[in-house]
Structure formats: structure tokens, C-alpha cells
Ligand binder design. Sequence first.
Ligand SMILES: CC(=O)SCCNC(=O)CCNC(=O)[C@H](O)C(C)(C)COP(=O)(O)OP(=O)(O)OC[C@H]1O[C@@H](n2cnc3c(N)ncnc32)[C@H](O)[C@@H]1OP(=O)(O)O
Ligand SMILES: O=CC(=O)O
Ligand SMILES: [Mg+2]
Length: 361
Amino acid sequence: MSHKSAKDFFRPLAVGAPLPLREIPARPSRAIHFFDPSNEKMAAKIPDMVGTVDVLLGNLEDAVKADNKVAAREGLVKIAQSTDFGPTQLWTRINSLDSPWVLDDLTTLVPAIGEKLDVIMVPKVQGAEDIHYVDRLLAQLEAKAGISKPILIHAILETARGVANVEEICGASPRMQGLSLGPADLAADRKMKTTRVGGGHPGYLVREDAPRGEDGLPILDAQRAIFQQDLWHYTIAKMVDACATHGIYPYYGPFGDIKDTVACEDQFRNAFLLGCVGTWSLHPVQIKIANRVFSPSVEDIAHARRVVAAMGDGTGAVMIDGKMEDDASLKQCLVLVELAEKLAEIDPDLKATYDAIPTEA
Ligand SMILES: CC(=O)SCCNC(=O)CCNC(=O)[C@H](O)C(C)(C)COP(=O)(O)OP(=O)(O)OC[C@H]1O[C@@H](n2cnc3c(N)ncnc32)[C@H](O)[C@@H]1OP(=O)(O)O
Ligand SMILES: O=CC(=O)O
Ligand SMILES: [Mg+2]
């Protein structure tokens, strides 16, 4: 595979296109809330959701009926033009690169609302070649429309080949903002034997050892604990490593069992603990869950601040509550403290909560 030379990596791909960013801004994006701009009832709610969610995403791809693709695109243009998004980011998910709609998606959206669009989510990305295609086209469209800042690209990891190529996808362009797991399409592409949109599966489990009878054989009808396993652990961990390596951001994706808010919270928390910065929200009920889960807890911030205070210049080792803390645990604490500070800048309730944490000796 040929790579661009280092000196060319940050050059615009079209004369007149904005300079690529050298660092991807760490803007809070705990929930990327999906809406169908062709659904009038849903679309009408969007202006009032500004400020309640970190990212609003006008979805043009799966979950939008084929007959509504043009209406969704036009609906998104209308909403974007007539709404002041304030602190909330505006993203879109375009149709897949092999679809009959994607070219019109890009050539319509960039001139019409390119100044307002922060990130374009590209589905079913297979390899660096898909990112290169969108990268060049965006540069041409930005140059033609006189857009002042580069629109970033977010890829969905939802094909087996995409997972195999995750490193090259992350490093394909300075526009790469992050990756989301797409468990539904990925399951289909891998021929996993599931029928769900994200989450676990009761059949994917580990069972406690059987007690043995006097004859030494397992007692098969004995009660045994079972532990459901996480179908997505491998892919999320691989995605997190690839994103961290390339200085971009990993996200969980959709959780389709909307009514099971408890399991949704578990799935989101697993992703948060593994390193993801956010997740998708498909229904308003999931925004609160995501905002809660992807914000460090009061207990973690209280502990992290104690470690930071106790560690002085950041070297050496100290004992806190019977546990050894050193440079490495300090770095973990700083991840949480810095995230809390970033979130507090845009979330006054959270700021008040963190400010109220007492300083312990
Ligand atoms: C595998 C993937 O690609 S996942 C990504 C693609 N999928 C999506 O984007 C799905 C987006 N979400 C949805 O389409 C819907 O939320 C559904 C179909 C899951 C459920 O919709 P409903 O059955 O209408 O949900 P429900 O009745 O609970 O809705 C309650 C209210 O919230 C509104 N609402 C539902 N979802 C959303 C949303 N995503 N954004 C804004 N408002 C919404 C409804 O319009 C409804 O409004 P009303 O009270 O004025 O009637
Ligand atoms: O697009 C998301 C998925 O899970 O598929
Ligand atoms: Mg998908």
C-alpha cells in the first residue's frame, strides 16, 4: 500500500480547500443522537433538543426508507439552515459509497450547510480507499463552496474487512475524527448467528463447572451459575487501540432494545470503561443514559483529585486507602479529571456537581 509522504499529509487535497487540522478537537460527544430528517414529527423536535445533547445527527442511511432519501436530505438542509446549534455539534450519516444516493448527499450538503456540518459519518467503510475517496471529494466541494474549516470524517466499523483494516482507516486522512462500532451490519457481514442491533446474547455464555457425583461424572441437572459474555469486546478493544494510536475518538454504536434501558446502560458503560468517548442514541430515552454513563462519576472524580493532589510532581509512589498509586495510576486519574473539565465547560449541571465535590485531606 502506498502512503502519502509526511510533508503532504496535511496539505489540502484541492486548491482553495481549508487547511486540514493537525489535532482533532476533543469536543464532548457523549451521545450522537440520530434523527430521520424526513420524519416530520421527529424533525420538529430537533431545535428544542439543541443544548440537551452533545451531537445531533441527521441520518440519511439505514432506517430511512428508500422513498424518503431525497426528503431526508432536503429535510436536513432545512433544519440545519434554520437552527442555531449553539454548543451542540451537527453531524450527518450519508448513504453508503456504493448507493445511488451518496453522491447527491455530498454534493448537496457541503454547499448548502457545509459551514454548519462538523462531521460526516461514512457507513460500511472497508479500507483506506473509501476514506481517500470521501477526503478528496470533500476538499473539492469545500474549495468550490468556500467552506472555512474542514469537515471531519467519522467511519462506522461494520464490515469484517473494515475491522481487519481498522488501523489504515484511522490513519487514512487528517480528517479522521473517530470510529463507531456498527454491530448490526457487522454481525450480518461476519455471518454471526444473531438477529439484534447491538447488545449481548443469552446464548453467548460461560457456565460454572458442574459438581461431580460419587462416580466422578458431572451432574448435568445441577444448578450452575452462567455468565453472559460480551459479543463486542474484541472489536471494541481493537477499535479503541486503533483510535488511540491515531489520536482520534472511539464510540460504541446503536443499542436497539430501546425499552431495556438497564442493559443499554451496561453496554454503554462497558464501552466507556474500555476507552470509548461516547455512543449513539436512537431514541430520546437513550440521551440521558449516555450523558450519565460517559461523564465520570462523582466518586471517580473525588478519588482522582485526591491522587492528583497526593502525587505532587507526578513521580514516586504513595498509599491511599490501602492502595499503591504511582505515575501510571496518576495518568489514569488525569484522563478522568481532564474529561470532567471538558464536560463541565458545556454542561452547567455537571459543572455544579463536580464543583460540589468536597476536597479531602
Ligand atoms: C443499525 C443502525 O443503523 S441504527 C441507526 C439507524 N436507526 C435510527 O436512526 C432509529 C432512530 N429512531 C427511531 O426511528 C425511533 O426512535 C424508533 C423507530 C426506534 C421508535 O420510534 P417510536 O415508536 O415513534 O418511539 P416512541 O413512540 O417511544 O417515541 C416517543 C416520541 O419521541 C419521538 N422520537 C422517537 N425517536 C426519536 C428520535 N430519534 N429523535 C427525536 N425524536 C424521537 C417520537 O416522534 C415520539 O414523539 P411524540 O411523543 O410527539 O409522538
Ligand atoms: O449502523 C450501525 C449498525 O450497527 O449497523
Ligand atoms: Mg449499519
